[in-house]
Design a protein around this ligand. Sequence first.
Ligand code: B12
Ligand code: SF4
Ligand code: SF4
Length: 399
Amino acid sequence: MQAYDGAAIKDRVREKALKLGASDVCVTAADDTGGVRRDMSEAFARGDFATWPYDEMYAAKAADPSYILEGARSVICIAVPYAAEAPSPIPLQGRVSNYVGSGDYHSRVKQLLIDVAADIDVAAGAKVTAIACDTKPIAERAFAARAGLGWIGKHTNVISPVSGSFVFLGEIVTQLELPPDQPLRKTCGSCTRCIPACPTGALRGDYTIDATRCIADLTQRTDAIPRAMRPLIGTWVWGCDLCQLACPPNSVMVSLSNHPPQSRASGASRMERSVGAHVEGRSKETSTPELVDLLQLRSSGFKRKYARTAMGWRGGAVLRRNAAVALGNSLDRAAVPPLVDALHRDPHPPVRGHCAWALGRIGSPQAISFLAGRLASEPDNDVRAEILAALEPYAAASR
Ligand code: B12
Ligand code: SF4
Ligand code: SF4
């Protein structure tokens, strides 16, 4: 490695990242001051992440960037904004989290990180960087907060003073010692708006979350969604934005993007520069999909419409299952015929099982009669159990 000027490299990194679409860049030292590992271990011990393979070992790795790059000395934390506005719910259309509309964000943010990291390697005359975004074991929010990129809100997301909480986080871990930034002296204060906005009660209000109750988790798990949670999901078919939509710092971003400042050029503030620039057009399928179309999605349609998006990585059966739950929660009798059809034809038992639940939830005479009729011919034991559970309240009522 050749001699380097840390402050000059930091300036260049910042300039390039902002040019490539980041809204802010901050630096912190690549060590664990003790708190990150402790906070994560406590969360895992409470069972908050029971649906994830997280344990004591993961907490140790996530708190120590030298696991990603030996000899790591600094972590460059980068925020990349995505759409902050969400369409209002429409009958028989699904709701999809804003972040899905940003294409495959993993590749988009990763490309930005790769390009910026390449410049650092050139300046150092050696390979001195490694990048991370979402998939590597690093406590992205905790490092971002320590770097001053934002503060962690009661909804547990990092809120950037530049672009709100609708931001992806990415990191460049480097062996270079770069001048660190200071954490922000900011918290949510007395605000508690996100807590009642969460329909599943996942947020406790003490900056912790029971992730097993979060709709983002429920809509991406591959096993059955617990029955008690299904009515709380509403018509979300992938992820959820409700806590962030209730968050006042994000309202400021939306109102600014609706009324962008006239002059963005040289005199624009950090906030002005970031807002509006990254609100991309979202396709119908990844913003307000027709629930019946999603329930009937076949392999060719999945490949064409979803496989390369952020809601495609769990496969088509998970999306069809989520559509069944959302149709049940629509309580619309128009959903009965497509649900009955899928109950008979869908090749995946978990999809059929959730269709049975949805028919029970709608509970019209037609829905109940079709459910009862399917019981004798359904070959899968788990689906039969779902049909029986769906019929139970009606059997009890007629006793
Ligand atoms: C597992 C995971 C999930 C799980 C669990 C969410 C969670 N709150 O942990 C589920 C599936 C529910 C999920 C949902 C979402 N996720 Co997610 N997820 C992750 C992932 C892969 C790991 C997170 C993790 O380790 N959790 C364990 C907890 C204990 O750790 P932590 O949240 O990182 O940090 C906590 C502790 O370190 C501690 N802590 C440490 N220091 C300090 C300091 C202070 C002062 C305080 C108070 C606390 C504190 O508190 C932190 C906050 O709880 C990260 C990527 C990554 N590698 O970090 C993305 C990530 C956190 N997710 C992200 C996003 C965008 C989302 C969603 C918004 C997507 C959506 N709309 O559906 C939702 C938001 C839901 C919510 N309210 O959190 C972004 C967050 C961006 C941001 N602005 O913060 C990340 C960073 C991915 C990325 N690279 O952009 N996610
Ligand atoms: S994303 Fe939705 S379900 Fe998850 S904590 Fe926020 S409001 Fe609750
Ligand atoms: S809604 Fe209020 S309490 Fe919740 S994260 Fe935003 S500022 Fe904090």
